[in-house]
Design a protein around this ligand. Sequence first.
Ligand SMILES: *[C@@H]1O[C@H](CO)[C@@H](O)[C@H](O)[C@H]1NC(C)=O
Ligand SMILES: *[C@@H]1O[C@H](CO)[C@@H](O)[C@H](O)[C@H]1NC(C)=O
Length: 236
Amino acid sequence: MSIHCQLLILILALTLDVQVHTGEVIGGREAVAHSRPYMVLLERRMPSGKIKRCGGFLLNEDFVMTAAHCLACSYTVLLGVHNVHSSNGIQRISVVQTFPNKDYNKTDLSNDIMLLKLSSKAKFSTNVQPIALAGQGDGSLPKSCIVSGWGRTDKDIKHMSVVLMEANVTIIDSKECKKEKSYCSKGETGPDKGDSGGPLVCEDGKAYGVVSSGYLSKYFYAKIPDYRSWIDLIVN
Ligand SMILES: *[C@@H]1O[C@H](CO)[C@@H](O)[C@H](O)[C@H]1NC(C)=O
Ligand SMILES: *[C@@H]1O[C@H](CO)[C@@H](O)[C@H](O)[C@H]1NC(C)=O
């Protein structure tokens, strides 16, 4: 393990503990199994050897999108998962290349978006399908959206969820909840630890955001329409 990698992870861990809680769906419900076939369970190997989780979502047979703060030493992408204890029909694919956004700032978690290139092509099936991204023209404020993930389901629970959870969130546009190139939601329900990197899916079924951070019942998502040219450049 490189020292560089160890330092990076240390900084990340501190940032998350002090500042933010990301990754779990709080106040959600169990998703209908395989109703979100684009969902990726991302296993990240940390310098300590520990495996941690993030969410992600499948863009095509070669690329997964997640949050830049999900950076780790290596990754395994799991496709077709509902219950994490079931290995039936699951595809496990390693990652050959990572593309964290070059403007990602680990202090304020701006530009918290990353693309992962798979080492072999994902095989599409009923349980494994890509999701369309919101385009630059879809930049008007979506309202009714859903976040999903295998993260914590309660602030007091240390463990991650065994099944995929989802929760409704309403995107708001108020002064206190503004951040550049971000969407924001507020309230009792939202993503939590372990849901980071998962998609914010709105009325038209497209992915509008990437779960980034949450603090004091405010949740932030990297705003996909603002990153479309960067994404298209890498993915196409
Ligand atoms: C990252 O964000 C912090 C806090 O907003 C800011 O002080 C710092 O200058 C930023 N770093 C870069 C490289 O933009
Ligand atoms: C969540 O949103 C969906 C559609 O976006 C809606 O049909 C459903 O009633 C909502 N559920 C709750 C609990 O608000």
